[in-house]
Ligand binder design. Structure first.
Ligand code: UDX
Length: 448
């Protein structure tokens, strides 16, 4: 089947490449000609493990191509996916649908034959009906259907998530559209991955409800973590004890510096906004958004305490800037709140991240980027572990402690423990949801 994919951002590119790997003929379209040129040269503009090889394989097989020309992409296509951005709209927190609607209008003006217009971008409930109206208005003669097909890809594991999904959700209005969608996902269907066919509104709602639920789960454990610190409980033990209950499950119960990324913050805000628009404020989701902000602020308080009340004149080494490992994405990463607070407070900040530097250089002004974690911590007063990259999971803590001016570790991902830190010779260790320790240094004791 020939498929067009509009938008070669994260979702569009991963989906386009994976659909071509299913054996479909996929043409990816983007307005950004320099991006298309890069893709045509075989360069993948994002960091996602395995994506470059999969792209090369399918381009070589003649199933995957890139263009700026929508007419060429839509020629003979039976389905066109809209995978353009839906950023948070300035002012009201709602999803900005202008890119989606512009794509819909262009499809209407370009398509010649029956086509299924599939929305892959995350869009509020009701958007697919709006897409339908927009297309009908722009070209009353076009024969088409709309479908909602939300994505559930995790960055860093996107190919695996696409190829072995927990489920595929397809919202349709007609049998004809359902058949086209089934054909698209046939390889998954054959391997018995659940394909859930719903109405348009339910498909749209599933995506938001799932993300808001996951954000709630994380925020819940983060709030419990704060209470664990006050009461002497250990949140890792608490999570394990909770997660063994099959009804709760052990995933997404890792306490940390607050959720970030391209989806959870944006989607929770948009869902809350939809609730308000319908006169039904979603109190839980609204609380999750507020508590997540509060959690990020608490992390800063924790770091101030570890710097004896002020960042001024301190050197702080930050390990990890991306919102999670295995991505170069820094959208709404906790580092964007924490690092400016360090810099603003007068600290000299060095950052080390295996993939984050390119984006980070723009987003985190006033910091020095260092490739090697051991160089990063040299003469520092505090090291802050902010992203749990594998590279940071087995650091030689003794070597780190030896290189620091005052060996103090803020482990905001709970990778290490008080025992590890004491054994390595740290003077202070704090994590999230576990009681840490602060040992006065010989220098401080002498000064008193
Ligand atoms: C998420 C969803 O998982 C995916 O289904 C959806 O379609 C897009 O949004 P992603 O943003 O790639 O994917 O990241 P995810 O792995 O879900 O993590 C999101 C955030 O939550 C990160 O900041 C991560 O550090 C944080 N997190 C996750 C925790 O703090 N604790 C956890 O236990 C899990």
């Amino acid at each position: 089947m020939k498929i067009a994919m509009i938008g070669t951002g994260y979702v569009g590119l991963v989906s386009g490449i994976c659909l071509s790997d299913f054996g479909h003929d996929v043409v990816c379209v983007d307005k950004d000609s320099s991006k298309v040129e890069r893709l045509q040269r075989g360069e993948v503009p994002i960091y996602e493990p395995g994506l470059d090889q999969l792209m090369e394989k399918n381009v070589s097989a003649g199933r995957l191509s890139f263009t700026i020309d929508l007419t060429e992409a839509l020629d003979d296509a039976e389905a066109v996916f809209i995978a353009v951005g839906t950023p948070t709209r300035r002012g009201d927190g709602h999803a900005d649908l202008s890119f989606v609607m512009a794509a819909a209008e262009e499809i209407a003006k370009t398509a010649k034959n029956y086509i299924v217009i599939v929305t892959k971008s995350t869009v509020p409930v009701g958007t697919n009906r709006q897409v339908k109206q927009t297309v009908r208005k722009a070209n009353p003669d076009l024969e088409f259907d709309v479908a909602s097909n939300p994505e559930f890809l995790r960055e860093g594991a996107a190919i695996e998530d696409f190829m072995k999904p927990d489920r595929v959700v397809v919202g349709v209005q007609t049998e004809r559209a359902a058949e086209v969608m089934q054909e698209i996902y046939r390889p998954l269907y054959l391997r018995e991955f659940p394909i859930l066919t719903t109405d348009l509104e339910s498909a749209e709602m599933i995506k938001y409800a799932a993300n808001a639920f996951l954000a709630t789960k994380i925020t819940f454990i983060n709030e419990i973590a704060a209470l664990c610190e006050r009461t002497g409980a250990d949140v890792k033990q608490v999570s394990r004890g909770m997660g063994l209950d099959g009804r709760i499950g052990n995933k997404f119960l890792h306490a940390g510096p607050g959720y970030g990324g391209s989806c959870f913050p944006k989607d929770t805000r948009a869902l809350a906004r939809t609730g308000q628009e319908h006169g039904l404020p979603l109190q839980i989701t609204e609380a999750v958004i507020a508590v997540n902000e509060e959690i990020k602020r608490r992390m800063i308080d924790k770091l101030v305490d570890m710097c004896d009340g002020s960042f001024n004149g301190k050197t702080v080494a930050v390990l990890g800037a991306t919102f999670k490992p295995n991505t170069d994405d820094m959208r709404e990463a906790p580092s964007l709140t924490i690092v400016p607070a360090l810099v603003g407070g007068g600290a000299k900040v060095r950052v080390c991240d295996p993939q984050g530097q390119r984006e980070g250089e723009e987003r985190l002004p006033g910091v020095q980027w260092v490739d090697d974690p051991y160089k990063c911590v040299s003469k520092a007063h505090l090291v802050v572990l902010l992203t749990e990259w594998n590279e940071f999971r087995a650091l030689d803590l003794k070597r780190i402690a030896r290189k620091m001016e005052t060996p103090r570790l803020a482990d905001l991902r709970n990778i290490y423990s008080v025992k590890d830190a004491k054994r390595a010779g740290f003077d202070a260790y704090e994590s999230v949801g576990r009681v840490g320790f602060l040992r006065q240094t010989a220098k401080e004791t002498a000064a008193e």
